[in-house]
Design a protein around this ligand. Sequence first.
Ligand SMILES: [Cu+2]
Length: 177
Amino acid sequence: MTSRRLGWLSTALVVAGIAMLGASLALGPARGASAPSGWGAGGMMGGAGMMGGIWNGRASAPGPGESGFVAGTPAAPRVVRIVATPQLRFLPDVVTIQAGETITFDVTTMGPTVHEFMVGPAADVAADTAGTPEIADIGMMQTRSLTYTFTGPGPYAFACHVTGHYEAGMTGTITVQ
Ligand SMILES: [Cu+2]
């Protein structure tokens, strides 16, 4: 009787284990692909890794038309957080600003694919013009920042120019209100 119960119990535990394994695999390339160096060493799950590395503690500040909106200035830029994904997309891919605002973009790469973040006049961003403000080589789980003042009439855009990414649609739009 007792051993039979134990048998059922261990079966249940195995099933639960498989279910958990499946769940972690289902998280997909964004997290799964980082496993080889991350899990064993505890690097990814460590306090500094998760909280200090991926998220720097800053959330996007309210945008124009949202409650609590304060226009960004050179002395106090408004923070806009952007995530660069392994699917070669920016989230969000539309950022609304007020004319003249200064914005600090906190750009985080999720997953193993390295990205760039270029922002400025749409024509320069499309053409990858030298001198256009850019963060290069944002590695896995890194957050890096770029501050830009939108003084001109626009249109403005942002993009990633790692080989093939722009062509795959890794672009975003700045909407000036
Ligand atoms: Cu990219």
